[in-house]
Structures are given as C-alpha cells and as structure tokens.
Write a protein that binds this ligand. Structure first.
Ligand code: SF4
Length: 340
C-alpha cells in the first residue's frame, strides 16, 4: 500500500487525474497506512498551496421553513428541530455580519438561505441588491449559497451583481442522493453548477460524509467534482441533529475524517479543499491534523444553526503550524489583524 500511495502522490503532483479505482484503493487504507496517506496529502497540498490557508465565514441569511426534505438538515420544514425561522435578512444586517467576518480574518463571506432556490421575481431582486451592497462595501469577497437556480439568465444576473463564488454542494454521490433528498434531484444540483460556470461564477461544491454512504460512494462524489472542475471543495462531516431522520447516525471517527480529506486532496490535487461542518465536534484534539491531511481552507465562526469555535483559536492553530492565513485584502490575516 505504501508504494501505491507514493505513486498516487507523484501522479497528483504531476497534475494527473486519479481514477475511481485508484481512489477506491486509497480510501480502503487502514492502520498505519492512513498516516502514509496523510503524509502524501500534505506534500501534495504544499506543492499546490505552499503554506497558504484560506478562511471564509457564512451567515444564515434566511432561516428554517425550507420546502425541501434533506434528511440531514435542521432547517427543513419536514423536520421538527426547533431551529429559529426568520425571513431574508436586510442589507444592514448582512453588511454588519460581513464586516465582523472580515475582522475575524475571513477572506470570503457566504450568504446562505434555507429555501428551494432562485426564480425570477421579488426575492431574486432583493438578493441581487444585497449582493451589490456587500460587493460595494468590500469587507470580504462576496459568495452565496442560494439553492437551485431555475434559469441560466439568473446566474448571469448574479455575476453582474458582482458575485464571485457560488456554493452548491452535490451533498453526496449520485447513487446515494435519493437516500438524502427526494424533493429535488441530483441533476437539479448539477444543472445549477453548470449555469453558474457558464456565467463565469466560480464554484464551491462538495458534500457531507457520514450519511450512510459506503466508501466507494465517497470516491464517486470526488470523481463527479473532478468532472465538474469545481474550484473549492467543502468537506462536511454529519453533525446529527435531533429531530432529523439522521439523528441516530453514529459520528465518523477522526481518522476516517482525516482519510477522507487526504483522499480528496489526492483526487482534486490543485483544488481548494475546505473543512466545514462537523470538524470541531468530530475531530476534537485532532483538528490541526486537517491541514496535514490536505486541507487548504477552513470555515471560521459559526455554522448555520450550530456554533463553531472562536476564530482567534483557529488563527492561533494556523500560526502554530507555520501556515499563513491569507486575508481578502492580500497579505496575511495576522498582519491584517495587527494593523487594525
Ligand atoms: S435545500 Fe438546503 S436548507 Fe433546504 S432542506 Fe435542503 S439543505 Fe436544508
């Protein structure tokens, strides 16, 4: 296995795409081979990203009461989870949240909403206006996660408003998607990503692991993201919420999570591999290993309905690893924080 891992590392550094079969062999690594896998992923990360770490933050800009039935999600109207419900936040509220994200060190700020998606109409106009104001304020790069896009014209309007990146996770492998959601399809998600790419918007798309998928399906998702040529790949690890159909699913073990990060680094070697939801609750003391395992990006601050840890703790961890958190305005976050 060690020689195989080394060959895959060389292939990734040479920019060659690993196959589904090669990914399945890597993800079957166990015991001490996982540490070899992590070491290889670390070298691949360093080859493409050096000591750079990207940081972003999100805001729950419209909470709860979502028409979709994603089994992992606390904001679905199908699940009794007690999350707060509120309509789309106003521009001053979003500008304040973006400013706070920027001062915490986030290079990008993502507007996230709990609804099916975007169609022509009042809601779209409201979102476009808020994006224009956030871009004009320039606290951070402005990103968004606004659900399924009904028509490619809408993607071009988002681009014109100044949107840089669109987050739309495939969530899981196509073969596992019907077990996750039945109110919309995997193809709806792929089409939304394609519309955004046509409009020149960069793509942030990944998934949630630990939702009952098998190892091969974790690789199947990586291959789909290779084919869509996405830019940022968020890796979430199911944080089972009471009241959702997935509340009883046991959590992933830390070494399994680190293995997933490492395999994604090798299968998407030059991409911005990001750790997101579940990294605090499941990695615990092993959080700093996420960068050694190949992550080049992490989400700081709170999640949509659950808390993250203090951003300054993450900045300290990155500094302690001799890595550099890059600020939106260039330079490092440390310098940006010290200048303030
Ligand atoms: S579409 Fe988004 S907000 Fe709605 S249930 Fe699914 S994951 Fe949750």
């Amino acid at each position: 296995m060690r020689d195989f891992i080394r060959r895959m590392e060389e292939k990734a550094i040479a920019g060659e795409r690993l196959t589904y079969e090669e990914g399945c062999r890597l993800i079957s690594a166990s015991g001490p081979d996982i540490l070899d896998l992590i070491a290889s992923a670390n070298r691949v990360r360093h080859h493409y990203w050096g000591d750079q770490v990207n940081l972003c933050s999100i805001v729950n800009a419209k909470s709860g009461n979502c028409s979709e039935n994603c089994n992992f999600c606390s904001q679905s109207a199908y699940h009794d989870t007690g999350v707060p419900t509120y309509p789309l936040m106003d521009a001053p509220g979003l500008l304040k949240a973006a400013q706070e994200a920027g001062s915490n060190g986030a290079g990008a700020f993502g507007i996230v909403v709990a609804w099916w998606g975007l169609r022509e109409g009042r809601e779209l106009e409201a979102i476009l206006q808020r994006i224009r104001e956030l871009v004009a304020a320039g606290h951070t790069r402005t990103d968004a996660s606004l659900g399924i896009i009904a028509d490619r014209k809408i993607a071009f309007k988002l681009r014109e408003a100044g949107l840089a990146y669109y987050n739309h996770n495939l969530e899981t492998a196509q073969s596992h998607f019907p077990k996750i959601c039945t109110t919309h399809t995997y193809d709806d998600r792929v089409r939304t990503i394609q519309y955004c790419k046509e409009a020149g918007i960069r793509i942030c798309s990944g998934g949630i692991f630990g939702m009952g998928e098998v190892l091969e399906q974790r690789v199947e998702l990586a291959v789909a993201l290779q084919e869509l040529d996405v830019d940022v790949v968020p890796l979430n690890f199911l944080h089972a919420i009471k009241g959702t159909p997935f509340e009883e699913i046991p959590p992933l073990r830390p070494m399994e999570i680190l293995k997933i990060i490492a395999v994604y680094r090798l299968m998407l070697p030059s991409k911005d591999i990001m750790t997101a939801g579940g990294r605090e609750v499941h990695l615990r003391d092993l959080q700093s290993w996420m960068f050694a395992a190949g992550a080049s990006h992490t989400l700081i601050g709170n999640y949509l309905t659950t808390s993250g840890r203090k951003p300054e703790d993450d900045l300290k961890m990155i500094e302690d690893l001799n890595l550099r958190a890059v600020a939106y305005c260039g330079g490092t976050v440390q310098e940006a924080v010290e200048e303030r």
